[in-house]
Design a protein around this ligand. Structure first.
Ligand code: GDP
Ligand code: IMO
Ligand code: MG
Length: 449
């Protein structure tokens, strides 16, 4: 009935590709957290779609839902929908009335706060989309929800309460001269009302909003299949990740319940599939024990992987940091999410190296440990205990994808089977290239229920 797709590491594991593949068997594809900080790539029929807010299933003509756990920037949403329509698609996207809206002042404050934090090494290297400040307002019970935008009186009341506080914060605490900055409209009640009331009108007229839990509950009652599309990844989860270098939501599987209004017992009866990148890549800041940055040879290897894997942020274009696969991180993810299966992507990128390594465990204070410490400072103190694998050659990956699992070079299969054993979950798919057809699919999680 439900399949939940979750990032197992630091985001950008290639979730979009698997959501596209398995989304074919879903009726509804649902995002349950995050906002336009995500960057999901779907390559179909030679066309590449970069989606930051619209669920990846929209490329397949599925109903796409942005659940109540999401934070929605209406400007990004309408832009993305227009771009998809220009490409000849007809996306059907509905937004939970309980989801929170990102306002222009959230983006401005995200930028300022990152700047301030950078003096003390606390900056997370955010995408500056206003994600953190919007979730702060949600928790502070001063947020503006999508449902509030449908009623002009409610919208104005909410803005009149919150905007003066944001002005004070920007001016008094952060010293921004709003009137003489390019951000004057971002802190102006009338300007904000005009823009967001217009978005609200569009939501109303195009019947784009739903009571998410009811909507999905009814679809389940009708026998529909739901696919929950996680954004980001377990190690940047606000609770289970490397705080404070995290995003402000729960990408872990539990988020699929609270972020949509579908009960955890329903989600728990379904499949939870962890998406794993065969190495690590990271756009943000913070420690990274298996990072390839120790010496010139490692840096050259990181450059090679970065170029070959196209490791530049989808949203911001930033070059990503590169490291070996971190197995304690995956063990942590398997437990926090309860994986029933995994998909391992990018094994083509590691082909042709002299040696492939993984961080099998950590050494901390002279002891060997197998899972991640609960504080990021302690994690930063960990030295990886590396394990070497025989390399595998560069092959015709398109042909491998066509022939199936046995055509994957034996050493790569050994690597995959090791990962599967350590995580305690079977491998449902292996990514051998960016295209939809460049995936070896061994199981369809919708079939196993
Ligand atoms: P997401 O955020 O998890 O959906 O991942 P992104 O789309 O941000 O980043 C993954 C990138 O890797 C995209 O450019 C994909 O097209 C590409 N990709 C996905 N799977 C594979 C794979 O198995 N091999 C290679 N070489 N690229 C892949
Ligand atoms: P997808 O869904 C990788 C990172 C940012 C930063 C931290 C906080 O494509 O896997 P935020 O803007 O969310 O407040 O930034 O989280 N980050 C991601 N890294 N993939 C993502 O999404 C990310 N979304 C946020 O780089 O370190
Ligand atoms: Mg991404």
């Amino acid at each position: 009935m439900t399949v939940t797709i979750v990032g197992s590491q630091l985001g950008d594991e290639g979730k979009g590709a698997l959501v596209d593949i398995w989304g074919g068997d879903a009726d509804v594809v649902v995002r349950y957290q995050g906002g336009d900080n995500a960057g999901h790539t779907v390559v179909r029929d030679g066309n590449e779609y970069k989606l930051s807010l619209v669920p990846s299933g929209a490329v397949r003509g599925k109903v796409g839902i942005l659940g109540n756990g999401c934070v929605v920037n209406p400007e990004t949403l309408f832009d993305e929908l227009d771009t998809l329509r220009e490409k000849g698609l007809d996306p059907d996207v509905r937004i939970a009335r309980r989801a929170h809206a990102i306002l222009p002042y959230h983006r401005v404050l995200d930028g300022i706060e990152e700047e301030v934090k950078s003096d003390s090494d606390l900056a997370a290297g955010t995408t500056k989309r206003g994600i953190g400040p919007t979730y702060e307002d949600k928790a502070g019970r001063r947020g503006i929800r999508i449902g509030d935008m449908l009623d002009p009186e409610v919208l104005r009341d909410r803005l009149e309460y919150v905007v003066p506080q944001k002005r004070d914060l920007a001016e008094e605490i952060y010293g921004l001269d709003i009137a003489n900055s390019e951000h004057a409209d971002a802190f102006d009640v009338d300007a904000l009302f005009e823009t967001y009331n217009e978005y609200g009108r569009r939501f109303r007229e195009e019947s784009m909003t739903v009571n998410c839990g009811d909507f999905l509950g009814n679809r389940l009652d009708d026998g529909d299949e739901l696919l929950f599309e996680g954004a980001q990844g377990t190690s940047i989860d606000i609770d289970h990740g490397i705080y404070p270098y995290v995003t402000s939501s729960n990408p872990t599987a539990g988020g699929a319940a609270v972020g949509t209004g579908v009960g955890p017992t329903v989600i728990g009866q379904g499949e939870v599939v962890g998406i794993v990148k065969a190495y690590l890549s990271r756009v943000g800041t913070g420690p990274l024990p298996t990072e390839l940055d120790g010496n010139e040879t490692e840096e050259e290897l990181a450059d090679f992987i970065r170029e070959k894997g196209g490791e530049f942020g989808t949203v911001t274009g930033r070059p990503r940091r590169i490291g070996w696969l971190d197995i304690p991180m995956l063990r942590h993810a398997a437990r926090a999410n309860g994986f029933t299966g995994i998909a391992v992507n990018h094994i083509d990128v590691l082909a042709g190296l002299d040696e492939v390594k993984v961080g099998h465990a950590y050494e901390l204070d002279g002891e060997e440990i197998e899972t991640m410490p609960a504080t990021t400072e302690r994690w930063g103190d960990c030295e990886p205990v590396l394990k070497s694998f025989e390399p595998w050659p560069e092959v015709d990956w398109a042909a491998v994808a066509e022939e199936g699992y046995e055509a994957i070079p034996a050493n790569a299969r050994e690597y995959l089977e090791y990962v599967s054993r350590e995580v305690g979950a079977p491998i449902y798919a292996i990514g051998v290239g960016p295209g939809r057809e460049e995936t070896v699919v061994r199981a369809n999680p919708f079939d196993s229920q």
